[in-house]
Write a protein that binds this ligand. Structure first.
Ligand SMILES: NC(=O)c1ccc[n+]([C@@H]2O[C@H](COP(=O)([O-])OP(=O)(O)OC[C@H]3O[C@@H](n4cnc5c(N)ncnc54)[C@H](O)[C@@H]3O)[C@@H](O)[C@H]2O)c1
Length: 333
């Protein structure tokens, strides 16, 4: 049984606590939030869980094996560092840290202390992404051409980070999981309209072998859209995360080019075959992820969404931020 102390019980924290409490392999020992009314909500829902306002008390507790950091990104580094220094494994929200130096330091510290870091890249544990991963790895889609995501809605405005740091980590972690090869360069543009951070942004990531990814993130959209196209040489996927059925549709469509001699003799043919919707598992992603966290600790295995995976996402976010400041200049990774 892994005994977890959870820091942060705002919007996302209750999902973490509920899932940890529902698993056989984990138990929430303590919840910390600097806001007393958040703790009142904990006590109402879980009278048996100890609540504290000072994170140092939770982090130093001998009754806690692992600390879940579910607070805003600017607090991640300090809290995770203190947890690791106190010999606790760390489950930490995305984005891992505010910059890549902090991420590297935490990775080194965890390695020296032989502790696990898992970064909450929740989408990697959804039925949809696991199915897409299966399609990519089995070769059904063929060589990948592009990943194109539209992730827009009205709000929830964050005070400390831009829309890129808030929403793009989802796509960046999915791309990191699906696309082979390290990203080579980033181009991003964005604009601020309301509170001094970008609320609309467009990001392009170049991968080896002509794979290109584009992410459109926006807090000022009148409607919520979560649609991703993944194009392969053999098949193409449309993933609409907002529908209950047929979240994933696989299209046997594409373009074949055969050449005679010279560009004028290119023969283009279009393939327009069947569409099918594979079954997508409907289990809650966080439940699978937190169970995997406990397993990695017990079996002493490195999770695939470890600190390094978190760092790769932070590297792309930093590059995007720097490109935005230069109005869309190419930034190499
Ligand atoms: N994986 C996902 O899909 C997902 C979804 C939403 C949010 N998140 C991430 O979760 C994190 C928290 O986001 P949120 O929307 O829940 O934020 P939030 O502001 O709603 O909640 C954060 C809570 O942490 C508390 N807190 C802040 N600093 C603290 C400290 N030093 N000690 C104790 N308590 C402290 C605040 O009082 C607040 O209750 C962010 O990193 C965000 O990116 C992830």
């Amino acid at each position: 049984m892994i005994r977890v102390g959870v820091i942060g019980y705002g919007y996302w924290g209750p999902n973490i606590v509920r899932n940890l409490q529902g698993l056989e392999s984990t138990r929430v020992e303590m919840v910390c939030d600097s806001n007393a009314s958040a703790l009142a909500r904990v006590r109402k829902a879980y009278p048996g869980i100890k609540t504290v306002t000072d994170s140092r008390e939770l982090i130093a507790s001998p009754d806690v094996d692992a600390v879940a950091v579910i607070t805003p990104v600017w607090t991640h580094y300090e809290l995770a560092k203190a947890a690791l220094e106190n010999g606790k494994h760390v489950f930490i929200e995305k984005p891992f840290t505010s910059n890549s130096d902090q991420a590297r330091e935490l990775i080194d510290l965890a390695e020296r202390k032989r502790l696990k870091i898992m970064v909450d890249h929740t989408f990697l544990f959804t039925g949809a992404v696991r199915k897409i991963k299966e399609l990519v790895d089995s070769g059904s889609l063929g060589d990948l051409y592009y990943y194109d995501s539209l992730r827009v809605n009205l709000g929830l405005f964050q005070h400390d980070v831009s829309v890129i740091w808030d929403l793009a980590p989802h796509d960046l972690s999915i791309m990191d999981y699906l696309i082979k090869g390290e990203p080579e360069a980033v181009v991003a543009t964005g604009e601020r309209h309301l509170n001094g951070v970008e609320d609309v942004a467009y990001m392009t990531v170049y991968f080896p072998n002509n794979v290109i990814a584009h992410i459109n993130v926006n807090w000022l959209s009148p409607v919520k859209i979560r649609t991703t196209l993944i194009g392969g040489q053999k098949k193409m996927v449309v993933w609409n995360d907002l529908v209950a059925d047929e979240k994933i549709r696989v299209y046997d469509r594409g373009v074949n080019i055969s050449s005679g001699e010279g560009i004028r003799n290119l023969l283009v043919s279009y393939r327009s075959g069947d569409m099918w919707a594979p079954r997508v598992e409907n289990l809650e992603a966080l439940q699978i992820e937190l169970k995997y966290f406990a397993e990695c600790i017990v079996k002493n295995e490195t999770p695939f969404n470890d600190g390094l995976a978190g760092l790769r996402v932070v590297d792309m976010l930093e590059a995007a931020e720097s490109s935005i400041q230069k109005r869309g200049e190419l930034v190499r990774l």
